[in-house]
Design a protein around this ligand. Structure first.
Ligand code: FAD
Ligand code: FES
Length: 390
């Protein structure tokens, strides 16, 4: 929010509250510890949020959406942005007061993970009504400043190597939220490798955030939240592992293949992609060097077998635990083909904003109830997701 936004902001404020803030109250919050954001479409302000951050505590002071634009998710987007902003700033808890009678606002805050923590008696001067004090805890401890060590382009893919501030253990299948320079929200990427303090990410530039990430330069610092979500469990007993990677799904299955092979578990990896440019030689060498049985499948037949991964699945599933990561359509098809008695773990992708279960952006709905892909996944056992992919 800038000073020139105030005429539009004050009009929304007046239409929204019985005791609206005046110009001076907004002006004070335009500089730290105040932070004010507007939601804008084609130069028109439709809503705004104002917060203060003091040390590691955030306080949401004001949030409003212009009356004609309500019930379109703008309030949720503003709140998500504030949560994400707090994560960037290393805030450990976010607080707000809300009128006890404002059921719509309370339900929005609860949906975003806020819980009622207390009550402020006769807080509102106009009616003498109580305010509910609501709070949200944020996982500050896992935010790291990572330094870019190398950016290696390999055909349509890129490996980003970053040096972390401290060593962190991880499970294959877990992911990071990483700052995309110049973009307000972090982006989720699977942990491709993490040894000592060296983090490796494999990515394909598809939009503004991932393009900004492949254009970073050595020595640049990026904020990273990690390790997030649940990883792949190990197979039980004397099972062998079948890994099914569709395109970028290799990013999460690659470290799993290496871990299984280190444990002496037989690994067969099927990796399907559009064409041969998706299979950089250094990655293929690393896999075959570890005695991983690797089968490549391309849609245009330029390398390996021609077709889709779902068309070349094996028929023999006895004593196999299956791990799959790829586009939604591929995952749906795999789950419908593999017999129900076979244990299957799938890693799912959803659009994410916070990555830590705080904003509800990545809800997966199904018969088994709602799940958050970032917190309850991204790896799920097939029974957990039921009909959610259909
Ligand atoms: C848990 C998890 C792990 C991931 N791991 C990797 C990884 O290791 N390497 C990698 O390259 N990508 C990975 N992704 C996908 C990656 O996060 C998105 O491609 C990225 O966020 C897109 O941001 P953008 O700003 O570049 O694109 P945008 O401008 O936001 O979108 C560009 C295009 O990409 C699509 N897109 C955006 N987000 C996603 C998403 N989450 N999943 C699928 N399509 C999306 C959009 O629909 C649009 O068509 C992962 C996603 C999740 C949820
Ligand atoms: S709850 Fe925020 S991304 Fe999952």
């Amino acid at each position: 929010m800038a000073e020139e936004d105030l005429p539009q902001v004050l009009a929304i404020e007046k239409a929204s509250f019985t005791t609206p803030w005046g110009r001076w109250a907004f002006l004070v919050e335009l500089k730290p510890p105040g932070y004010a954001f507007v939601y804008e479409e084609e130069g028109r302000i439709l809503g705004y949020a104002v917060m203060r951050i003091v040390e590691d505590e955030g306080h949401l002071m004001n949030l409003s959406v212009a009356p004609p634009w309500r019930k379109r998710g703008i309030g949720s987007d503003l709140l998500r942005f504030c949560i994400e902003f707090c994560l960037h700033k290393g805030v450990s808890s976010l607080w707000l007061e809300v009128r006890e009678s404002n059921e719509a606002a309370i339900s929005l805050y609860q949906k975003m993970g806020f819980a009622v923590k207390g009550r402020r008696k006769s807080y509102y001067q106009d009616t003498g009504e109580d305010a509910l004090l609501m709070g949200l805890s944020l996982p500050r401890k896992i935010l790291q400043e990572a330094k870019v060590k190398a950016v290696r382009t390999m055909g349509p893919l890129c490996i980003l190597e970053l040096s972390l501030q401290s060593e962190i253990p991880f499970e294959p299948g877990q992911f990071v939220m990483i700052e995309a320079p110049g973009r307000p929200l972090m982006r989720p990427l699977s942990i491709f490798g993490l040894e000592k303090k060296m983090l490796k990410l494999l990515l394909r530039p598809v939009g503004t955030g991932t393009r900004a990430l492949v254009e970073v330069h050595t020595g640049q610092t990026l904020r990273v939240l990690l390790p997030l979500g649940k990883g792949y469990p190990m197979p039980q007993g004397r099972q062998k592992a079948w890994l099914l990677a569709g395109g970028m799904g290799i990013a999460s299955l690659f470290p799993l293949a290496l871990k299984l092979s280190r444990k002496g578990i037989p690994v067969r990896l099927l990796w399907g992609a559009r064409n041969s440019s998706w299979f950089p030689a250094p990655l293929l060498w690393q896999l075959t060097e570890k005695s991983i049985s690797l089968e490549l499948i391309t849609e245009d037949g330029s390398m390996g077998r021609k077709g889709l991964i779902t068309e070349v699945l094996p028929k023999e599933w006895e004593n196999a635990t299956v791990y799959a990561c790829g586009p939604k359509e591929m995952m749906k098809r795999i789950l419908s083909i593999i017999p129900p008695h076979v244990k299957v773990y799938v890693s799912l992708e959803e659009r994410m904003a916070c990555g830590v279960g705080a904003c509800q952006a990545c809800v997966l709905s199904g018969r088994g109830g709602n799940k958050l892909v970032c917190r309850d996944g991204p790896v799920f056992e097939r029974e957990e997701i039921g009909d959610s992919l259909s």
